[in-house]
Ligand binder design. Structure first.
Ligand code: COI
Length: 359
């Protein structure tokens, strides 16, 4: 593998947008930092990686990403503690997952040293954009697109790997109401549901828009063949609290292996809460809602963190869930436990924090 440090080219921005940003009123994903990371793939290898001022890019209209959606992405976050130390949360998971997603879309793997040294160089330049304090973070979006100008329907020979960053607070401003899918599907066996493929998200927009017209912000997807099993919510994995135990669906070809999801499962074990990872039926959750044993439903994701779900509808039946917002809810306890680790406020017994050296 190339010695990356010798190759990285860094061009800094002459001006900064930071003073024009209201960090107390951030709309998710609308403001971007001053720099970005770029690395092109051509002639069978990744070329010189660059950190450069954030700027628009120009592509040929025939670039394959525009026609066949050959694109994958990741979502991760950086946090700053009160001493100014900067941390990433389980970044190796994201690195490994973007390469798994790329492999599924017939795209080349990105080298680990390029990823980490590029990310660290970028975070050093844009460190002032990472605000300390609970609830503040810098959302990091690595992505890869097929840039080759040619519209034959086959894998491209040219790609661009990029990282852009956006200061973030919450993704959802209040509890989420969800509709359980009984017709549309997000993914299928043997498909790309487990990959963070751009098209997985676009495919959800239409059914989610229909759900929104009925007052639901998200769809909870069910298995494509029977619509009997609850899977994930697109922007997050889903947990159900029935009595004192949690239940969440196992990962599969169809479900994203969420980093927050797997952290929740470990936190449950650490806190002595039973978390069953198994197939979960729509009918059992409706029955639990009816008999009062369904205490909470919440989503877990990098952007969404832990987002309470306050109601779900299946076909014509609507269920309101009041427990998720209670002071002693699992949602609150698990969220606080996670945030304390991410913000360097508690022990990190699983080694999830990755400190970024700030020069
Ligand atoms: C993330 O949580 O990082 C995601 O990729 C979800 C996205 C829809 C914001």
């Amino acid at each position: 593998m190339d010695n990356y440090t010798d190759k990285l080219s860094v061009e800094t921005s002459e001006t900064s947008k930071i003073n024009s940003v209201d960090f107390n009123n951030l709309d998710f994903g609308r403001v971007f930092t001053d720099h970005m990371f770029v690395c092109d793939y051509a002639d069978g290898k990744w070329q010189t990686p660059k950190v450069m001022p954030y700027q628009p890019m120009t592509y040929d209209p025939s670039a394959r990403v525009f026609h066949y959606g050959q694109a994958v992405f990741e979502g991760m976050k950086a946090y700053k503690d009160d001493d100014g130390k900067v941390f990433l949360f389980r970044p190796k998971q994201n690195f490994e997952r973007i390469n798994k997603s790329s492999a599924r879309l017939a795209m080349p793997a990105f080298p680990e040293n390029y990823f980490f040294e590029g990310l660290e160089a970028l975070l050093n330049l844009d460190k002032d954009w990472i605000k300390p304090g609970m609830g503040n973070s810098l959302y990091i979006r690595p992505f890869v697109i097929a840039t080759e100008p040619a519209i034959s329907a086959s894998p491209a020979n040219m790609y661009r790997f990029m990282i852009i960053c956006s200061p973030a607070q919450s993704y959802y401003n209040s509890a989420v109401r969800v509709l359980i899918a009984d017709y549309y599907s997000r993914s299928a066996n043997g498909g790309v549901g487990a990959a963070k493929a751009a098209g997985n998200y676009a495919a959800q927009f239409y059914p989610t828009a229909l759900a929104l017209e009925k007052g639901f912000q998200q769809v909870v997807w069910t298995d494509a063949s029977t619509h009997e099993f609850l899977e994930e919510a697109g922007t997050m994995n889903v947990f159900f609290r029935v009595g004192d135990k949690l239940i969440t669906a196992p990962t599969s070809d169809r479900i994203l292996d969420g980093v927050t999801r797997k952290s929740m499962i470990q936190i449950a074990e650490d806190l002595g809460v039973t978390c069953e990872v198994r197939r979960v039926t729509v009918e059992e959750i409706k029955a639990a809602a009816k008999d009062g044993s369904l205490k909470e439903v919440f989503g877990a994701g990098t952007a969404a963190v832990i987002s309470p779900i306050s109601a779900f509808q299946h076909k014509e039946e609507l269920f309101e869930i009041s427990g998720t917002d209670a002071e002693d809810s699992y949602a609150k306890l698990f969220k606080q436990t996670l945030l304390n680790i991410q913000h360097n406020l508690s022990d990190d017994k699983h080694g999830w924090r990755h400190e970024v050296k700030i020069n």
